[in-house]
Ligand binder design. Structure first.
Ligand SMILES: *Cc1c(COP(=O)(O)O)cnc(C)c1O
Length: 362
């Protein structure tokens, strides 16, 4: 690691692989003899067409996205998808089932209610969002236009450990904080969406993967920029796409490929997460907050049980080069986001630091 860089445990925007940043820096002033930066290029130019085409092809190959799915490169963040999903999909029965498993899934439900008959299939509020529902706990509407889930709950640090059986109702998954962390069977989903700034690249790019038969006419009065069909027909070029973000995504995908793809990524991530959870499970000071079968591999949340001690830990950790460990303002405590770009060494060093802190605060 370059000497002045810290281990950044931010939940997002978050660490990018150093190889990606170095490559982007080397090409910043003059991309492949074009005489200009990718940022300065027309999105309709031949050279930029090479970038966006390669980014899509690489995403398709890394995630094994079937041919009958469209890949959209949009803006507006995952939050815009909370609106775009009902506008584009709640067009038949007008009913959609939502699982409320954390902060973002609740927001998606609240937004969904504005554009369709959004129903609650499960709400884990009573359990402080400490676990995900079991299949038999889900209340499903047979004729729903879609079933919405947030696959990895970034703020609470929980993750679905299975994909629900919805009996043909398309699954819409917010994968913002777990996309590219492990292989997924895309064919089991109707829509997958993600803000890029956790595991894919910089903020400003939003990736949507949508089964082509779901690209119907959106609800009336859907803003032109919010129509999946129009965006798909125009290859994400109805207007100017987030050009630089797409370029960085391409570099991130090349980095993922160079390490062996998503199977290798999953192995690395499991190893990192196990180090941290194993430490938490034996610690007398720190405790994890999520039930074992619902733990996130990407966002590890924990507390000491004493808010002052939590604050002291966060401050001392930052001084030692482990930054952004403070939990989300809504939940407090600590959160270590260990996305793809966080090296194993970063987690090892953090665990050593936590052990030292524990020894000093017996
Ligand atoms: C970060 C995040 C969001 C919000 O993303 P924006 O790009 O800021 O709109 C939504 N869902 C999940 C799961 C997230 O992690």
């Amino acid at each position: 690691m370059s000497s002045k860089r810290v281990y950044n445990f931010s939940a997002g925007p978050s660490m990018l692989p150093e190889e990606v940043l170095t490559k982007a820096a080397s090409e910043l002033l003059n991309y492949e003899n074009s005489g200009m930066s990718v940022m300065e290029m027309s999105h309709r130019s031949k050279v930029y067409d090479g970038i966006i085409t390669a980014a899509e092809a690489k995403l398709r190959s890394v995630m094994a996205i079937p041919e009958d799915y469209a890949v959209l490169f949009l803006q507006g963040g995952a939050t815009s998808q909370f609106t775009m999903v009902p506008m584009n999909l709640a067009t038949k029965s007008g009913v959609a089932d939502y699982t409320l498993t954390g902060v973002f899934s609740k927001k998606s439900y609240q937004e969904g209610k504005r554009f369709c008959d959004a129903r609650i299939a499960y709400d884990s509020k009573e359990e402080n969002y400490s676990r995900l529902p079991k299949q038999e706990e889900l209340v499903l509407t047979p004729h729903a236009d879609y079933f919405h889930m947030c696959e990895n709950n970034t703020i609470y640090g929980s993750k679905w450990s299975y994909l629900p059986e919805t009996n043909g109702v398309p699954i819409v998954s917010d994968m913002s904080s777990c996309i590219l962390s492990e292989p997924v069977d895309v064919a089991k989903y109707g829509v997958i969406y993600a803000g890029a700034q956790k595991n894919m690249g910089p903020a400003g790019l939003t990736v949507v993967i949508v089964r082509k038969d779901l690209l119907g006419e959106p609800q009336e009065k859907t803003p032109v920029m919010y129509g999946y069909k129009l965006m798909a027909e125009n290859n994400s070029m109805y207007n100017t796409p987030p050009t630089y973000g797409i370029y960085i995504l391409k570099l991130v995908l090349e980095w993922v490929e160079s390490l062996g793809g998503l199977t290798a990524m999953q192995k690395r991530n499991q190893e990192k997460a196990a180090l941290l959870y194993d430490f938490l499970d034996q610690s007398n000071l720190f405790q994890g907050k999520i039930q074992k079968d619902s733990r996130s591999m990407m966002n590890v949340t924990f507390v000491t049980g004493d808010a002052d001690l939590d604050a002291a830990f966060v401050a001392e950790a930052a001084a030692a080069g482990f930054v952004n460990l403070k939990g989300h303002r809504l939940v407090g405590g600590m959160r270590a986001s260990i996305y793809n770009a966080m090296p194993l060494q970063g987690v090892k060093d953090l665990v050593d630091f936590m052990a030292k802190f524990e020894a000093e605060h017996k």
